[in-house]
Design a protein around this ligand. Structure first.
Ligand SMILES: [Zn+2]
Length: 496
């Protein structure tokens, strides 16, 4: 039991925090006069791992062995409580690359094609990648999940063309040196970046590289060398290993693939444990790829002047709240993602407990390379995470808004330890995440004042998320976007 005085103090602090946040909610404060001037970065390296829950990583208390990703926490700062804007790829990517809430770019889709709503960032918006490309930077990307590109938020990045044959050649040349020799098509997909780093041009041009890894997105099929850690034999499960390796978004029994949303509720605890183990081993395979990238960056001699950001686009339900996969709720397992930052101006070995969000990513990257927020047309509600890491005491609390207006009839707001979920049927739930991280105990009726204050924050965030149209969209463009998005969603198994 918490002593009564401590509880009163906590209440008082929580109450003061709420009022402060009401004043400060996503209205970005002027830099504090005492805030230190931070050194600039020359290059940016952004790594995104699709569907990676923060609590899988060892430095977030998880069971996956992830020394490479977690080395960023030693060399830089780990944000313990970080949120994506939405629980699935498309709206999440919109916020990650614009710094704006996804609702601003929501557009009508085509229900006949399985896309009731789309996200479309108009071409005339000015994004960070475009500004840097204009300034002569090498701005290149490979995004393995085609859905992430469907919001048109990757404007400014040149898509790399890199053949499998070239990847094999690069692996033969540098694989041993990087201890990265696995013959796996998924591993081969990062070789474009390894080669760029290892053969950086002279004179050195500043770069902004983005690599978006598809893993650990379902199906959870870790590479063979990591499957060996599973000890499948002694588990004595009712199906053979291929059955569990085939669980994912698709339902094609003839090909050994089953939809985990259909099969999941009937899995035994031992089977569920195997599914979680498969997911964790796939996370370890992501770590091996990140390790190779960081190693190549170090060999390039550009480690010290490169700001590295590692994150994920959303989490994954592995049976929590009866759910599997993602996109189905705003509960913690679907929106808590890692954010790790290392490089110029980032304090090493630091852990930040203040909740942060993907909306802070673009302002952070922009500030690090000297691009004023006023040069960007979309990033208006985030803050520089380097400043937060250096002087958390100078930063006012900021609420985090979660939504997926295309799919969910609910929105959420997080402030400190409190999280409020409001549904379209007017029902609300309030959770104290410090006491109840599994969101099992609804406190809305027992703490009405805090519930009302968070509802006020939510109304503000909602007003900030209204669709904006910049005037260059036409029906043919949206029709083409709907068609392309349908193809991508079908390819990944989201539409049958
Ligand atoms: Zn995703």
């Amino acid at each position: 039991m918490t002593p009564p005085r401590a509880r009163v103090l906590r209440w008082t602090l929580a109450s003061a925090l709420l009022w402060l946040a009401l004043l400060a909610c996503r209205e970005v404060p002027e830099p504090h006069p005492e805030a230190p001037q931070l050194p600039a970065a020359t290059n940016l390296l952004m790594l995104v791992s699709d569907t990676l829950r923060a609590d899988a990583l060892s430095c977030y208390g998880g069971e996956a062995v992830t020394p490479a990703i977690c080395s960023l926490a030693e060399r830089g700062t780990l944000f313990e409580v970080a949120y994506s804007a939405a629980p699935w790829t498309l709206p999440s990517a919109v916020t990650l690359f614009t710094g704006a809430p996804p609702g601003r770019y929501q557009r009508p889709g085509d229900p006949g094609r399985g896309t009731e709503n789309l996200y479309r960032v108009p071409g005339q918006e000015v994004l960070l990648a475009e500004v840097l490309a204009e300034r002569g930077w090498l701005v290149q990307r490979r995004v393995e999940n085609g859905v992430a590109a469907q919001g048109n938020s990757l404007q400014g990045f040149a898509d790399t063309r890199y053949s499998a044959a070239r990847a094999r050649e690069a692996r033969a040349r540098w694989g041993r040196e990087l201890a990265f020799e696995a013959e796996d098509p998924r591993y081969d997909r990062v070789w474009w970046l390894l080669e760029r780093l290892l053969e950086s041009p002279e004179p050195q041009q500043p770069f902004f590289y983005l690599h978006w890894l598809q893993d650990p997105h379902a199906a959870y099929r870790p590479p063979d060398h990591l499957q060996r850690r599973l000890e499948f034999g002694p588990r004595r499960l009712p199906q053979d290993l291929d059955f569990y390796l085939g669980l994912g978004h698709r339902n094609r029994p003839e090909k050994g693939r089953r939809k985990i949303r259909e099969v999941g509720p009937d899995l035994s605890p031992a089977e569920l444990e195997l599914v979680r183990d498969l997911y964790l081993r796939e996370v370890e395979s992501v770590d091996e790829r990140v390790g190779a990238i960081l190693s190549a960056l170090e060999r390039s001699g550009r480690l010290d002047d490169t700001l590295v950001l590692f994150t994920s686009d959303h989490g994954e339900a592995l049976g929590e709240h009866g759910n599997f996969l993602h996109g189905v709720s705003l509960q913690e397992e679907l929106v808590r993602i890692p954010i790790l930052l290392a490089g110029p101006g980032v304090p090493p070995g630091t852990r930040v407990r203040t909740p942060v969000a993907h909306r802070d990513v673009v302002p952070t990257l922009a500030a690090a390379v000297g691009v004023a927020q006023s040069a960007l047309t979309t990033a208006d509600g985030g803050r520089d995470l380097r400043e937060l890491a250096n002087s958390p005491e100078l930063q006012p609390p900021m609420a985090v808004h979660l939504s997926s207006p295309d799919r969910l009839q609910e929105e959420a707001i997080v402030l400190g330890d409190l999280k409020l979920i409001a549904r379209s049927d007017q029902s609300v739930s309030l959770y104290d995440l410090a006491q109840d991280p599994g969101e099992a105990q609804d406190l809305a009726s027992s703490r009405p004042e805090e519930t009302e204050r968070l509802l006020q924050l939510l109304r503000r965030a909602r007003a900030d998320s209204r669709p904006v149209v910049r005037g260059d969209e036409d029906a043919a463009e949206l029709e083409r976007a709907a068609r392309e998005t349908e193809q991508e969603l079908r390819a990944i198994g989201y539409i049958d």
